[in-house]
Ligand binder design. Structure first.
Ligand code: G1P
Ligand code: ZN
Length: 542
């Protein structure tokens, strides 16, 4: 029986960089999830009788919201919902399932790399039929709707068993519980030279993946241990846990430090990789060499033809504005298009759909390609293994050869987390006000060439996205970028991105923070971070 339930709107359901993210207790308020899900449906047209994909990263509250979403999808007239067994679907796998089965769209339940648990984060994101995050036009409509919504529709029925593969009925709708791994693993096998990677691993090359007790565990076990023959236990923290084992499932040098230290130790593995809560981020570490995500994008692009799925070459590269320009040099050499977009994967969708870009990346440990419409952690890891197998070189050798050929973009991001929101906004406003006066100013050896607030003109649909980050560009290609995070759930996070281009190979061995020290000092001077935020140092440096 379909029930129409009266509800009162919430005013804070504005989707951020990647869907709606709030603390679990916020989502547990009366009708909070229901309102948002109904606002999604109310913002869509023509889904009656069509298929919706639902899955999440297994975090706390995942199963509860899946039950709600299923009953609401049935009440709103979807014909079928495909759900990953146990409510599990990594973000890239969800994207693939939407595409492969021609679904109308999908609901992905995740707060990505944010911690999970009863007082931690939860999130709901809507993806469209191309498999990618809903564009701003839709997220704006969802927000507008959420502020005035007064009813939602739900089917009254007992909870479904999410743990058994197979089909059942919920009202007029079919519910199909699917294997969350198989389609995705098959896709990976079609893109990469599994034979060559299997041989590499068989020859004694030791690979370790840390799934951080998050969603990639089952995927990594199937692909690395079963299909590629790595010894059992090569995937660490392989079981997805609702609280991620109290860890912060963010693959970076802070939260995946144990893995990093292991790979760097003399008898540790040759290659280590980690992924985040929902499986779209990746970190790659080789013996003696941490790979920055910006360099990873550049190396993948430069070596793309090593992988069977990309043997015809790539059409173009897209990167978010704060990501280093390392990939730009590769695009230039290959004579292909280079696109600079705002932060957030949703901006890549149009370029991928139009065939303008094949590989995309963000400095925030996100890399991906046209195979899905999300960034894809395991895809990046497999691409690296494929390149290592094809080039018969270590990660360190590959990176150093890349820098020697293209020059090195020293790069670091400094995050100031949970800063007072008013102070963070005032800092950005003050920077914005200073922009016209900055060009031509010198700070030591650095001279500002230009400064602006990045605006993106989408070359496909003509839409314009403004206020996407303050850029201060110096002569010679160095730059500092400031923006506020759009994914946080408490206070504001100031991100400062610092980059220096160094063509001279004799200087490529410098430690990153040392190579960037003068730029970091200028960033402080111009933005007055210390006095405005009361912080002496960043919370996280990546
Ligand atoms: C962060 C990253 C961004 C990424 C997003 C979702 O967003 O910076 O590159 O797309 O998470 O994973 P931010 O918090 O900076 O808005
Ligand atoms: Zn993520």
């Amino acid at each position: 029986m379909i029930r129409t339930v009266s509800t009162a709107p919430y005013q804070d359901q504005k989707p951020g960089t990647s869907g709606l993210r709030k603390k679990v207790p916020v989502f547990q308020q009366e009708n909070y999830a229901e309102n948002f899900i109904q606002s999604i449906f109310d913002s869509l047209e023509g889904y009656e009788g069509k298929t919706l994909v639902i899955g999440g990263d297994g975090r706390f509250y995942n199963r509860e919201v899946i039950q709600i979403a299923l009953k609401m999808a049935a009440a709103n007239g979807f014909g079928k919902v495909m759900v990953g067994r146990g409510g599990i679907l990594s973000t890239p796998a969800a994207s693939h399932i939407i595409r492969k089965y021609g679904a109308f769209g999908g609901i992905v339940l995740s707060a990505s790399h944010n911690p999970g648990g009863p007082t931690e984060d939860f999130g709901i994101k809507y993806n469209i039929g191309n498999g990618g995050p809903a564009p701003e036009k839709i997220t704006d409509a969802i927000y507008t709707r959420s502020k005035i919504i007064d009813t939602y529709k739900i089917v009254e029925a007992p909870d479904l068993n999410l743990d058994a593969i197979g089909s059942s009925r919920l009202g007029e709708m079919t519910v199909e519980i699917i294997d969350p791994v198989k389609d995705y693993a098959d896709l990976m096998e079609s893109l990469f030279d599994f034979g060559a990677i299997r041989a590499l691993i068989g020859s004694g090359f030791r690979v370790v993946i840390d799934s951080m007790s998050a969603v990639t565990g089952p995927y990594a076990v199937d692909i690395l241990e079963r299909r590629l023959g790595a010894p059992a236990g090569s995937v660490r923290n392989a079981e997805p846990l609702p609280d991620f084992g109290h860890h912060h499932p963010d693959p970076n040098l802070v939260h995946a430090k144990a893995l990093y230290d292991d790979v760097m130790s003399p008898d540790g593995p040759d290659f280590g990789a980690a992924s985040d809560g929902d499986g779209d981020r990746n970190m790659v570490v080789g013996k003696g060499m941490f790979v920055t995500p910006s360099d990873s994008l550049a190396v993948i692009a430069a070596n793309a033809t090593c992988a069977p799925g990309y043997s015809q070459g790539i059409a173009g590269i897209a990167r978010s504005m704060p990501t280093s320009a390392a990939a730009d040099r590769v695009a230039e050499k290959l004579g292909i298009g280079m696109y600079e977009t705002p932060t957030g994967w949703k901006f890549f969708g149009n370029l991928l759909d139009a065939g303008k870009a094949t590989v995309c990346g963000e400095e925030s440990f996100g890399t991906g390609s046209s195979h899905v419409r999300e960034k894809d952690g395991l895809w990046a890891v497999l691409f690296w293994l494929n390149i290592i197998a094809a080039r018969k070189q270590s990660v360190k050798e590959i990176i150093e050869a890349h820098w020697a050929e293209f020059g090195r973009n020293f790069y670091s991001r400094h995050d100031y987390e949970e800063v007072d929101t008013a102070a963070a906004n005032a800092l950005m406003d003050s920077l914005r006000a200073k922009l016209p006066s900055l060009p031509g100013k010198s700070h030591g050896a650095l001279t500002i060439e230009s400064a602006d607030d990045f605006a993106y003109h989408d070359p496909i649909d003509g839409s314009v996205s403004r206020n996407q980050g303050i850029r201060i560009l110096f002569r010679g290609g160095s730059r500092v970028v400031f923006r506020l995070s759009g994914t946080g759930t408490s206070g504001a996070t100031l991100r400062v991105y610092v980059e220096r281009y160094e063509p001279d190979a004799s200087r490529h061995g410098t430690e990153t923070q040392a190579a960037l020290a003068d730029l970091i000092a200028v960033a402080e001077e111009i933005a007055e971070i210390r006095s405005r935020t009361g912080r002496d140092a960043p919370t996280v440096i990546t």
